[in-house]
Design a protein around this ligand. Sequence first.
Ligand SMILES: [Zn+2]
Length: 320
Amino acid sequence: MTIDEIPKVELHCHLDGIPDPEMVRDIRADDSAFPIRPEDFDGLYPVADFDGFIGWWRVVESVVGKLEHFHAVLAHYINRLKQDRVVYAEVMISGSEIPVDLVEAVEQVGVFRAAAQQQAGGDLQIEFLAAFGRGKSPEQVEGVAERIFALYEAGLVVGVALAGVEPGNPVRPYQKTFERFHEAGLGIEIHAGEWCGPESGWDALEHGFPDRIGHGVRLFQDEKLIETIAERGIHIEMCPTSNLKTGSIERIEDHPIRLARDMGLSFSINTDDPGPFECSMGSECRLLSEMFGFVEADFRTIYAHSLAARFQKVLTIEDA
Ligand SMILES: [Zn+2]
């Protein structure tokens, strides 16, 4: 079986990290009013470091906060996922794309989810997480949580993700809110160890009740922490190309994904922001095959671990 044919699961992809020039060109062919033009990205590719990522972000910012513009983005992404034989995906909708009014939030995300499900058809199951950034006050996070609970109770999202600026913004002040997420049964994902060391991983474990850790690259500096993550059955969402492009790691050879495989940890392969990072589920798998010698048996194990770590327990696709 070739890499393209192996079934895949993506658990870590930001909706507002998807657009790229080719996709925008295709979207505008159908809808000339789409606010981003392919030439807006001129000079920004390849995104080579964190500053480059911020430059890319300034372009995409023109659609941020307007969920209606992401219908076409997601439709194109769903087609790409199918081409890469992704059978299950969870996509993060950022808090800025979720209306503040609870009724409006449920209505808009409901329409969005229904359109995505229809587009996905029977080959791919697509689910959503509500994401928000670190650095907010605990009161602001409580406000965001009300919208997330409303979406969860309406069956529109299966979990919550904490992203944003990691240095100087621990999870601890949000412990009460995360306790509520946990008690209500939402899946909890926390980005940690992308920019900070093990102390950020311990902070997430102690105060955020995570089922999954996003990135986690720098957590491997602490053996005890990795042991604890394994003991608690916490899954790590690995995003190799993203880590290289943003400078979270210096060289792809330094990525701990091979170590994670050798230790038998539960981890997935993900694109994070496929738009700026010019990656896909297929290209990430090829990279791991070329750089680290991953073989079909490894991808099969990763598939099984990723599917087991999903937040939607009801499967509508056949487990490949
Ligand atoms: Zn992310």
